[in-house]
Write a protein that binds this ligand. Sequence first.
Ligand SMILES: C[S@@+](CC[C@H](N)C(=O)[O-])C[C@H]1O[C@@H](n2cnc3c(N)ncnc32)[C@H](O)[C@@H]1O
Length: 417
Amino acid sequence: MALTAPNPLLRVEEIQGRGRGMVASQPLRAGQVVLRDSPILLYSALPLIPQSSSTSSSPGFCDHCFRTLPGSSSMGGASSSSVSCPSCCHHRFCSSKCLSIAQNTSHTSWVCQALSHIRVNPALLELPLECQVQVNFLIAAYNLANVSPTNFQTLLSLHGPPDDTTVAVAQFMHSLITPLSLFTSTSHQNIFSLELTAALLAKDKLNAFGLMQPFSEDSDQRSVRAYGIYPYASFFNHDCLPNACRFDYVDTSSTDDNHNTDITIRMIHDVSEGREVCLSYFPVNENYSSRQKRLAEDYGFTCKCDRCNVEANWSDIESIEDDGAEDIEEAMDEDECENMAASDTESNPLGDNSDFPHAYFFLKFMCQRKNCWGTLAPLPPQGNTPSNVMECNVCGNLKSDNVLDGDGGQDGVSMED
Ligand SMILES: C[S@@+](CC[C@H](N)C(=O)[O-])C[C@H]1O[C@@H](n2cnc3c(N)ncnc32)[C@H](O)[C@@H]1O
């Protein structure tokens, strides 16, 4: 497949040992939005069979745009102003407009019948939540093949050779979904195969982005409301000290209602032309061994980033997990803080030869709000003027960029986006 540039800021390049990656085509500035990407596929992360903790069988999100339904809690209790699919009692939409779009895209009559049929399959009751979500994905992906063959080809072009575990899971999943093909046209039926099911599950595992439930300080478990496949954002490789991070605004009330599930990638700090732009695939506070385990098991690679090279020699007790900014500041002496603040985070992202060379990153770019662990990036620059307001990509908190002034980073500007 030809490598495509999503825009003049980025290009897709083959990078030795990492597959394709996103590289800066020109100098990029802190806060700059380098990509806006729309999903080619979205599917619910809620179980097909509601869990006992849910107060209602209705999900709390629109089944098309995944906005929180007005008047609902995040897991249950849909409002009376939402509308149900006229053919099944399970799927609710925030408006008749969303329902109407869904009937031609994400909730076609085949999806509706397939989901209704599989919900009464006794085998589903035995399935753990994550397998039920994989069934959601497979139905959404096979539906995409029918409603948008171009987007389906794009999905298949993403990185993701099936590994042995995925092939084993695919065998079981395929036996569950094959009977669902009976409800569709013969030409659609013909594409169902074990090989395709395995390929799709592998693409999902390596490329899906989670759209999270609204943040709450009361919970350290923030669950996912939906997963999306974003064709350009899928080219970003991982780094445990990322130079960019992802924002989404699913519940935005913007009138541009087709784009609330778009994601934006924003630069955390300046990056020069030719540098690879990387995201962290999970919150940056995880310790070395859990990062390596996750990356090996979920993404199939060993991370050799600068931070991992340093932390490989640490015991996990020395990791920053569960530390706050104050602990990190204590780990650095005052001169070190000032030196790192003055240093160019891009040309010397790890600072000098300190034992804790990336502490500056955590002080400046990690949200210190309780249970958040989000990453902070500056708001987009206005013309040539960089913003000194940092936004958290998890809780949405805004704060002024003076974390090294000794206030522990508690100088919130506003809680609004
Ligand atoms: C979402 S894809 C990223 C784009 C991918 N490199 C491609 O060729 O399309 C995730 C996969 O990229 C590779 N990858 C990502 N970050 C990496 C890194 N830091 N080192 C090595 N491989 C990496 C792994 O194979 C991983 O499963």
